[in-house]
Design a protein around this ligand. Structure first.
Ligand code: SAH
Length: 229
């Protein structure tokens, strides 16, 4: 199944915020390296449009707090916050990135809605276990690692929305093999082609259906360096 456009249309006010975020990131990128995408057109496609692809899945999740893990320049976290209005936490282990985001959020006038957390997802899971109703992650890690990082942060019924380029079947199978251990269950997969008609994206949604069977989070770095499957 393939869809050519996202089925959420930003209002004029949302469009302005989306554009402003991108231009602030392009500016900030000249001083510190936040993303390798530096041009406006490329940024509109691979950052803004791509970030919007997962919005329907986020809107579908139960009410409550939202976290974007490994947010980098705030993608997809800031566009998703703009479109969903959710109470948002942007998580990144690199202080330079979250500091740059703090001033972007301030300039967007969204400091009430969007906060940052400097630290690893594993540390956040120790501080706020079961806190979130929905989590996103793009370009952070493989599916097995992502659902391990997300599981302890999600409340029951909460959703982990994973943005992937075309993953191979093996990656999907490995994630599914961890479902019981992590208390997560694959609920949907949606394949999309962006407006350039060549960039493929795939949105996977896992639901936190029950308590995980192992102690999470494991030691910092384990989920990404030594996945369970
Ligand atoms: N989501 C952004 C950035 C992807 S790069 C985008 O798609 O454009 C991955 C980011 O995740 C980097 O900024 C890195 O600092 C951060 N990161 C990697 N492992 C992390 C972890 N365990 N917890 C929090 N942030 C992490």
């Amino acid at each position: 199944m393939s869809d050519n456009v996202t089925n959420v249309e930003p209002t004029e006010a949302q469009r302005e915020l989306l554009d402003r975020h991108l231009s602030l990131i392009i500016e900030a990128n000249k001083i510190s390296n936040l993303t390798r995408i530096t041009g406006w057109e490329q940024g509109q496609l691979l950052h803004v449009e791509d970030s919007l692809v997962g919005v329907p899945e986020v809107l579908d999740a139960p009410e409550g707090r939202y976290a974007d893990l490994g947010t980098g320049g705030g993608f997809p976290g800031i566009p998703v916050a703009i479109m969903s209005g959710r109470d948002t936490l942007l998580v990144d282990s690199v202080g330079k990135k979250t500091r740059a985001l703090d001033s972007v959020i301030d300039e967007l006038g969204m400091s009430e809605v969007i906060k940052t957390y400097t630290g690893r997802a594993e540390d956040l899971a120790l501080e706020l276990p079961g806190e979130f109703a929905v989590i996103t992650a793009r370009a952070l890690s493989s599916l097995p690692s992502l659902i391990e990082l997300g599981s302890p942060l999600l409340k029951r019924g909460g959703r982990m929305v994973c943005y992937k380029a075309r993953p191979d079947d093996d990656e999907v199978e490995r994630a599914v093999s961890l479902e019981k251990k992590l208390g997560m269950s694959l609920v949907s997969r949606r394949d999309v082609v962006l407006s350039d008609e060549e960039t493929h994206r795939c949105i996977f949604v896992f639901e936190k259906v029950k308590k995980q069977k192992i102690r999470l989070p494991r030691r910092v770095g384990m989920a990404q360096r030594h996945p369970l499957a």
